[in-house]
Design a protein around this ligand. Structure first.
Ligand SMILES: Nc1ncnc2c1ncn2[C@@H]1O[C@H](COP(=O)(O)OP(=O)(O)OP(=O)(O)O)[C@@H](O)[C@H]1O
Ligand SMILES: [Mg+2]
Length: 299
């Protein structure tokens, strides 16, 4: 479980509150930024039906996929997984989402224990394992155990009403089901001055006014993100001075500091530990602006 026998590897999953909020761009950029610090990073694209992480990191068609790993799951170990990963940069390797779904007649995400085994095996090979998860994964019984197992989860959203509506429900799920709620981050992407819901209102809607640690913003950066996607590279590789690249780099630095300051014996709770104990719901938010009334949803 330990890399270099000293600092424990860490797992981070990015999950969108809604489709199209920027989860994949954030996951690929963050994985790349961590690897730029000399860390060994494995990115698993678990958006099994429509994952596109490979398009953001490899100019060529990436090799074996999560589907190939699933086919050999019974004998999967670190040695075998090592042969399946596609190098994207000296210390960043990717296992892309399947290009076909032939391996799963009932749908590609039917096996929660296989997903957990894949995650655990990947930790044998990396300092950081980053997961690109499908939007709303917490509503899937198959992804729930995985989300509970991860040490860090970033819920990605954008400053729009539909995304905020979903984010509130998803954030509550994370608070209720993860036994390490302190390691949940709300990532507000595509932040642009004078456009969309103000960040403070999104924060208040999610009950995060006082929780600076759980909150992170990434700017809207159309030109840099579009250029990076066009070249099949991480945003930081194409335009390191862009505001987005700098914000992601700061995030990578803080994550790594947290990994280094964690006690080496700290490990993630496992499925064997039993279900996570739900935490108390967040305290009621102060006065409600108009959009919060719109965002009231049936439990
Ligand atoms: N900060 C940003 N600034 C500008 N454009 C962005 C930003 N983040 C993401 N985008 C754009 O938003 C679109 C969706 O991004 P992405 O594919 O990463 O979202 P996603 O949440 O992974 O979507 P899906 O649910 O389909 O997996 C893309 O066109 C991407 O280039
Ligand atoms: Mg995606």
């Amino acid at each position: 479980m330990f890399v270099n026998g000293s600092i424990a590897p860490r797992t981070l999953g990015l999950v969108g509150a809604k489709g199209g909020v920027g989860t994949t761009v954030a996951a690929t950029s963050l994985a790349w930024a961590l690897s730029q610090r000399g860390l060994r990073v494995v990115l698993l694209d678990l958006d099994l039906r429509s994952g596109q992480a490979a398009l953001h990191l490899c100019e060529r068609n990436a090799g074996p996929t999560v589907g190939d790993a699933m086919r050999v799951m019974e004998r999967l170990d670190d040695t075998l997984l090592d042969t399946l990963l596609t190098p994207c940069s000296p210390s960043l390797r990717l296992l892309p989402a399947p290009r076909d779904w032939a391996a799963w007649p009932d749908g590609p995400d039917e096996d929660a224990s296989a997903l957990l085994k894949l995650l655990r095996t990947a930790t044998e090979l990396a300092d950081w394992v980053v997961l690109d998860l499908p939007a709303g994964a917490m509503s899937s019984a198959h992804f729930g155990p995985l989300l509970c197992d991860l040490q860090e989860v970033a819920l990605v959203t954008e400053p729009t009403l539909p995304a905020t509506f979903n984010a509130r429900r998803a954030w509550q799920w994370l608070q209720d089901h993860r036994s390490a709620p302190g390691a949940n981050t709300l990532l507000l992407n595509k932040v642009q001055r004078h456009t969309g819901l103000p960040s403070e209102q999104v924060r208040r809607t999610l009950g995060l006014d006082g929780e600076a640690d759980a909150w992170r913003e990434l700017p809207r950066s159309d030109a840099a993100v579009a250029q990076a996607t066009y070249h099949g590279q991480a945003v930081g590789a194409v335009d390191p001075k862009d505001a987005w690249s700098r914000a992601v780099s700061r995030w990578a630095s803080e994550l790594e500091q947290r990994r280094c300051s964690a006690a080496p014996t700290t490990t993630a709770p496992t499925a064997e530990d039993g279900p996570a104990v739900p935490t108390q719901p967040a305290a009621a938010a102060p006065p409600r602006p108009w959009h919060e009334r719109l965002l009231r949803w049936a439990p």
